[in-house]
Design a protein around this ligand. Structure first.
Ligand SMILES: NC(=O)c1ccc[n+]([C@@H]2O[C@H](COP(=O)([O-])OP(=O)(O)OC[C@H]3O[C@@H](n4cnc5c(N)ncnc54)[C@H](OP(=O)(O)O)[C@@H]3O)[C@@H](O)[C@H]2O)c1
Length: 310
């Protein structure tokens, strides 16, 4: 089952939170309008980025995608969506099943699809995921048997949570933040472990929401400390004769275990640029080593968007 799913996932996945709500630390323009959203989806599909990531909790993202697909029937992307549980559902397995079934059906209706290739549980940043992981496999199995999904998985925030899913075959896919400033999953060998057990790994936050592109005067006061690292990133990218975007992208692309990079884009130009970045050169080993030394120990409050003060 997972092999069939894996064979259809493209190496790049279009993240679509940006299409459903105002998102991103560098975002000046808010949410793109429906027409721009459709242009972004069309350009992704035409450039071969046919895996799209959405969620019931990304504002109108699923509706934008559903609307696009209704009016553009020649495209058949692979749409991954996510659901959440209420606190009550986490204490009551029967309710957990009901909530999952209801949300998946709502997602399918909004997307105009009969089945989701992959459904992820959308973890909240403060959630104790042990309880989630104790009930998620059974619910994924049920949704699979009902024909509503092909495979289940989870979207995580913290590297420490990876260990809990390694031995769960029903949790076939995982989405995680990983980028040149956040090397925890590489340092603690979690990426190798995920690769060894054959999990489908979606790497998000490759640009840390766009933080890498901010100049010092645009940084919020709580993140002023990051200016030093952004400057060091520019210096390393210069030495590698790459743009910062290429450096950030190549860094994640070349990590063992990454099945697909989930990138966000606010406009068509960024989609095109990011597809080019996928084909860009690798970071020379010596400069990659330097990146490990310089960025290997950055404060969690900088590398975790969920902990940024707005
Ligand atoms: N819990 C979860 O499951 C979860 C959480 C977060 C995100 N996600 C998924 O991951 C996707 C990506 O989000 P992310 O936070 O990981 O964002 P990201 O890809 O690290 O950054 C995206 C932002 O970077 C900027 N950007 C994109 N391409 C660029 C380029 N070539 N040059 C310069 N700037 C560029 C854009 O912002 P500006 O143009 O505004 O600067 C864009 O909104 C989301 O759409 C969503 O699908 C999932």
């Amino acid at each position: 089952m997972i092999q069939e799913v894996r064979s259809l996932v493209t190496p790049l996945t279009l993240g679509t939170v940006q299409l459903g709500m105002a998102y991103g630390i560098a975002n000046q323009k808010g949410k793109p309008d429906m027409e721009t959203g459709h242009k972004i989806l069309k350009s992704a599909a035409e450039l071969g980025v046919t895996t799209w990531d959405t969620s019931r909790h990304y504002g109108v993202s699923e509706e934008v995608i559903g609307n696009f697909l209704k009016n553009n029937t020649s495209y058949s992307p692979y749409v991954i969506s996510k659901f959440k549980w209420s606190d009550r559902a986490l204490e009551n397995e029967k309710l957990a099943k009901q909530e999952a079934l209801a949300q998946v059906r709502t997602s399918l209706q909004a997307l105009g699809q009969d089945q989701l290739p992959i459904l992820l549980y959308h973890t909240d940043k403060d959630q104790d995921i042990r309880r989630v992981i104790s009930i998620l496999p059974g619910v994924c199995r049920l949704l699979r048997e009902e024909g509503l999904i092909k495979a289940g998985g989870i979207s995580l925030y913290y590297p420490k949570d990876v260990a809990a899913i390694l031995e769960e075959p029903e949790i076939a896919a995982v989405q995680l933040p990983i980028n040149v400033f956040d090397q925890r999953l590489v340092a603690n060998k979690a990426m190798d472990e995920l690769a060894d057990v054959g999990k489908l790994v979606f790497a998000r936050s490759v640009f840390l929401q766009g933080l890498f592109f901010l100049t010092e005067d645009k940084l919020p006061s709580s993140l002023k400390g990051v200016a030093y690292y952004i400057d060091e990133l520019k210096k390393l990218a210069d030495r590698a004769e790459m743009t910062v975007a290429q450096f950030a992208f190549s860094y994640v692309r070349d990590i063992r275990g990454v099945s697909s990079i989930v990138f966000g884009a606010d406009n068509v130009e960024q989609v095109k640029q990011n597809v080019q970045l996928w084909n860009g050169k690798s970071i020379p080993d010596e400069i990659r080593e330097n990146a490990h030394k310089i960025f290997g120990n950055i404060d969690e409050r900088i590398i975790t968007p969920g902990l940024w003060k707005s």
